[in-house]
Design a protein around this ligand. Structure first.
Ligand SMILES: [Zn+2]
Length: 309
């Protein structure tokens, strides 16, 4: 009898434990799963999704997004996701392979489970002539680095909002509230960033790759040149020496290097011009940054520093 009672108590305990585990699993499932291609898109997804989403990022912070090699486990991440967030330009071609591997048409093209983050933006550097892989150019659809433009972060957030509501209408009110708050935060920060960069309006800047074209345009700065010979083609001694000559002639002193690249050629420019280059964050997650706002703070600070000398 005693044994039976104990067993009964144990059974109750087990049943309660099972219920608890079940409950935990259920609440974990309640957060919808989103896969973002890039850390910046992931950061904005977290702002709009808040507690109702869990976000996984394919490209790791501070790794060149043009050259990502997805892992086999990424296929499973995508196939279990409710939504994927990508630039919507021919940039993360590796995402196509992952989407195709799931065999789910919702993840392809403008499928119901896809957010094309660039919808509504005005693309820069769109090629006017047919370009191919042979030319080495990595921007066949125009410059895809619009996520470094804080104003476009609001466009991205709106596209993500629409995608989240499409796949999870139950939390639409929360998503809308998060989106409105994010927009207000961007506007407040934008006022500060604009004021901080205002003294340098019209000034020329050299970067490694065409990463900051949208950022520079937004703040009235000019993209003077790049250490890369062409987008995706590494610097050459000849290209850099003529760039140095041009910089000296035109009194261009600001060189900003994205945090993923070798500083070898930047060191050379610094030695020859006497102007110090500055390293700017490539990813949310580079140089100690943790969200879109402190990332952009750091970015603005990097350009101010380079332009102040
Ligand atoms: Zn690029």
């Amino acid at each position: 009898m005693k044994i039976t009672r104990r067993t009964f108590t144990q059974n109750l305990f087990l049943a309660a434990a099972t219920l608890m585990v079940g409950g935990l699993a259920q609440s974990a499932q309640a957060a919808i799963s989103v896969v973002a291609t890039l850390p910046e898109l992931a950061a904005i997804t977290k702002e709009v999704g808040g507690a109702d989403v869990s976000v996984y990022t394919i490209a790791k912070a501070n790794r060149d997004y043009h050259q990502v090699e997805p892992r086999p486990s990424d296929v499973s991440r995508v196939s279990h996701a409710k939504l994927i967030v990508r630039t919507g330009m021919q940039f993360e071609m590796w995402m196509d392979a992952l989407a195709n591997a799931t065999g789910n048409s919702g993840f392809m093209g403008n499928g119901v489970n896809v957010v094309n983050a660039s919808a509504g933006i005005r693309r820069l550097d769109v090629p006017t002539t047919q370009i191919s892989g042979a030319s080495g150019d990595v921007h066949v659809d125009g410059n895809p680095h619009f996520y470094y433009d804080p104003v476009y972060s609001k466009f991205i957030a709106r596209n993500i909002l629409r995608g989240l509501i499409r796949v999870d209408a139950n939390h639409a009110a929360a998503y809308r509230a998060n989106y409105v708050r994010f927009n207000a935060q961007v506007d407040a920060h934008m006022a500060v960033w604009t004021r901080e960069l205002a003294p340098f309006r019209g000034k020329n800047v050299v970067t490694y790759h065409e990463n900051y074209a949208y950022f520079l345009r937004r703040f009235g700065l000019r993209e003077y040149g790049h250490l890369e010979t062409r987008p995706g083609i590494p610097p050459s001694a000849g290209h850099v020496s003529s760039l140095i000559a041009n910089m000296k002639r035109d009194h261009v002193r600001a060189l900003v290097i994205e945090s993923i690249y070798s500083t070898r050629f930047a060191d050379l420019v610094q030695r020859q011009t006497g102007d110090k280059y500055v390293v700017a964050p490539y990813s949310v997650g580079s140089l100690g940054t943790t969200n879109y706002f402190n990332f952009m703070d750091k970015m603005v600070g990097s350009f101010r520093q380079a332009l102040s000398q």
